[in-house]
Write a protein that binds this ligand. Structure first.
Ligand SMILES: [Zn+2]
Length: 244
């Protein structure tokens, strides 16, 4: 019997770094929310590049301000499978923790993804002593006006000096980004790209580059360049040649 795996096709993840440009978002303890959200979002995008069949689009990649309706519209027009908005919280000096939001009338899929992603993010950031504020719902514009499952994460309080100190750590940005990625990977069952598609051949007596190229369905020019061979295509017995 043969197991036929149905291919789910390309998963489109839309990442929305909160605020930007003229809108700094929350400001506190020497930090701007718009800078942190962009840093985390860019890292999420980079880390997702290690997975197969996933495409990422961002609402902004620099210090610009797309309006909230532009952000939602871009994701809707693109046909995103998931909308992820990244924010930093702000309230008092003593407010603490991580929380995330789905729309008050969110779909079952949004609820499912929130549970998964929330758990994965907490797993990565609890070592910093971050309090879990739980799964929230809210009537937030980007969640209400996007046509696909959508989540908005609030990553610690910029207004709290202790949490601002954590937000200043590169290791925390890496971990919180990895948490978002782990959540998306689990929610959408993404598979890691194969690390290495290269193939090698050990030269035996009688081998020539022409023969080897023919055997592996490649060209002598490619083999020459991969292995930095001389113009006479000299190879020696036992040499490990890259052939793919
Ligand atoms: Zn915000």
């Amino acid at each position: 019997m043969v197991n036929v795996l149905s291919k789910q096709g390309l998963i489109k993840i839309f990442i929305d770094p909160g605020h930007g440009g003229k809108d700094p978002g929350a400001v506190g303890n020497g930090l701007l929310e718009k800078d942190l959200t962009l840093k985390i979002a860019k890292r999420v995008k980079e880390l997702l590049a290690a997975y197969e069949d996933v495409e990422v689009k961002m609402s902004r990649t620099g210090d610009t301000y797309p309006t909230l309706s532009e952000r939602a519209k871009t994701a809707n027009v693109w046909g995103a499978d998931f909308f992820l908005s990244i924010h930093i919280n702000s309230a008092s000096k003593t407010s603490t923790g991580y929380e995330d939001y789905i729309y008050t009338k969110a779909s079952a899929k949004s609820k499912e993804y929130q549970k998964i992603i929330h758990a994965e993010i907490m797993k990565k950031i609890k070592e910093y002593g971050v309090r879990d504020r739980g799964l929230q719902t809210g009537n937030l514009q980007v969640l209400r006006t996007t046509n696909m499952p959508a989540l908005l994460t609030e990553n610690l309080y910029i207004s709290n000096p202790d949490e601002a100190a954590i937000l200043k750590k590169a290791a925390f940005i890496e971990d919180v980004a990895q948490g978002h990625v782990n959540g998306i990977v689990t929610a959408f069952d993404l598979k890691k790209k194969k690390a290495d598609d290269k193939e090698y051949h050990t030269v035996v007596k009688g081998d020539t580059v022409t023969k080897i190229a023919k055997k592996y369905g490649t060209t002598i020019v490619k083999i020459k360049s991969w292995n930095k061979l001389d113009d006479k295509y000299t190879v020696r017995i036992e040499q490990n040649l890259r052939v793919k």
